[in-house]
Design a protein around this ligand. Structure first.
Ligand SMILES: NC(=O)C1=CN([C@@H]2O[C@H](COP(=O)(O)OP(=O)(O)OC[C@H]3O[C@@H](n4cnc5c(N)ncnc54)[C@H](OP(=O)(O)O)[C@@H]3O)[C@@H](O)[C@H]2O)C=CC1
Ligand SMILES: N[C@@H](CC=O)C(=O)O
Length: 357
């Protein structure tokens, strides 16, 4: 269905411009016309602030094609054409508070210990009346209550679909399409890097080579310890418990082991038993109490999770009205995670359109 033109372009500022940031930028560039014609959505990237690649701000908008060409050929934003009105050198907080962006795209590293500086990025954005869309898991796992309340107080939106299962709607689907159900248990494969590594190891590749390959494909965290020790999956199960099950859960309360002890012998042993290793995250609600854990499990081959391969993820929601509902799709990747930010942006745009009409 064609939608009416939205006269006001959404002004975006990116904090971080690595794999995922560039993934969204490419989608906005490649789908500019169809997003405008089919969704009535227009976006203007006014600022990008990255730790080492540099930073750019132009209140009238940056030339996205030139930005991508510059960063992808030189690894830096420094060679971007110096046009009239261009400001360079702003750090993340200056970009958030001083740019004319209405939405901040927070795609900096996930810090699994403190969630910072991304928590402060969200606080600064909300207090400046700006929406945030993000794939950074730290703020959602560690400061969900505080930041939800702050966004609400300042009447701005906070989108974080990509924090769990990349662009696969692991948060939106249960919140919208399963509304009215009591979700009593969530069980799934929530980390693409380790699932990819386990597949490659099952095919005979070494642990180190499998990790390198996952890194080169853009699946791994900047510090892949988060992936292989299960910390990334732990953050995701905490996000699911809080946002989908409505149960407060701290990261420390989730027992967690990863796959760093996995050996060819263990893989062989599982195969001999007709099983396959998977890193499984579970959250179960019983008598108003939630228990959650992340661990490598030997899954029988007839379990649907056994056939989830590569960077795919899958999740089963146990519901009271519908029984088990399983969602399977991308769990990591440049375009896949870039899409998660796009769907958050489209949701904000549609809400804005509804308010205006
Ligand atoms: N890759 C994926 O498939 C997925 C990633 N995510 C999450 O999305 C986020 C981005 O991931 P990804 O793009 O892969 O990671 P990258 O490491 O490729 O990119 C992160 C970027 O953020 C920059 N950065 C770090 N800290 C700051 C800061 N304080 N201010 C400005 N820039 C900063 C880094 O700068 P520099 O390197 O120049 O120092 C880097 O360019 C992470 O939080 C990750 O957990 C979520 C789902 C899937
Ligand atoms: N490193 C993460 C990226 C997405 O959250 C993963 O491998 O799943």
């Amino acid at each position: 269905m064609k939608r009416g033109k939205n006269s006001m372009a959404h002004k975006l500022a990116f904090i971080g411009f690595g794999v995922v940031g560039q993934g969204l930028a490419e989608i906005l560039q490649d789908k500019r016309e169809s997003l405008k014609n089919e969704e009535g959505f227009e976006a203007k990237v006014v600022a990008i602030s990255d730790f080492r690649k540099g930073s750019l701000y132009h209140p009238q908008g940056l030339d996205l094609e030139a930005v991508l060409e510059t960063v992808q050929t030189t690894g830096s934003l420094d060679g971007y054409p110096n046009t009239d009105g261009l400001i360079t050198g702003w750090d993340s907080l200056q970009t958030i508070t001083q740019s004319n962006a209405d939405t901040i795209v927070e795609v900096s590293y996930t810090d699994v210990q403190t969630g910072q500086p991304a928590i402060d990025h969200c606080r600064a954005a909300f207090e400046s009346g700006k929406n945030v869309v993000m794939t950074n898991k730290g703020p959602v796992a560690l400061a969900y209550q505080e930041l939800s309340a702050l966004a609400h107080k300042h009447q701005v939106s906070w989108g974080f679909e990509g924090t769990v299962m990349s662009g696969t709607p692991a948060l939106r689907m249960p919140k919208l399409a399963l509304a009215g159900n009591d979700i009593t248990e969530i069980r799934g494969i929530l980390n693409g890097t380790t699932n990819f590594m386990l597949m490659r190891m099952d095919e005979g590749e070494s642990y180190g080579a499998a990790l390198k390959e996952a890194q080169s494909l853009g699946y791994a965290e900047a510090d892949p310890t988060s992936d292989v020790e299960g910390l990334d999956a732990r953050y995701k199960i905490v996000i699911l418990a809080q946002h989908v099950m409505g149960m407060p859960l701290s990261v420390e309360a989730v027992e967690c082991t990863g796959i760093s002890q996995m050996t060819p012998e263990l893989i062989e042993q599982a195969r001999a038993e007709g099983k396959r290793w998977k890193l499984i995250a579970t959250a179960k609600k019983e008598h108003g109490v939630i228990a959650a854990k992340v661990s490598a499990e030997k899954v029988p081959l007839d379990d649907p999770l056994a056939s989830v391969s590569g960077a795919l993820n899958a999740i089963t929601y146990e519901t009271d009205l519908l029984g088990p509902v399983t969602l399977c799709g991308a769990g990591a990747g440049k375009t896949e995670t870039g899409f998660s930010l796009l769907i958050d942006l489209l949701t904000i745009a549609k809400a804005r359109e509804t308010v205006r009409s």
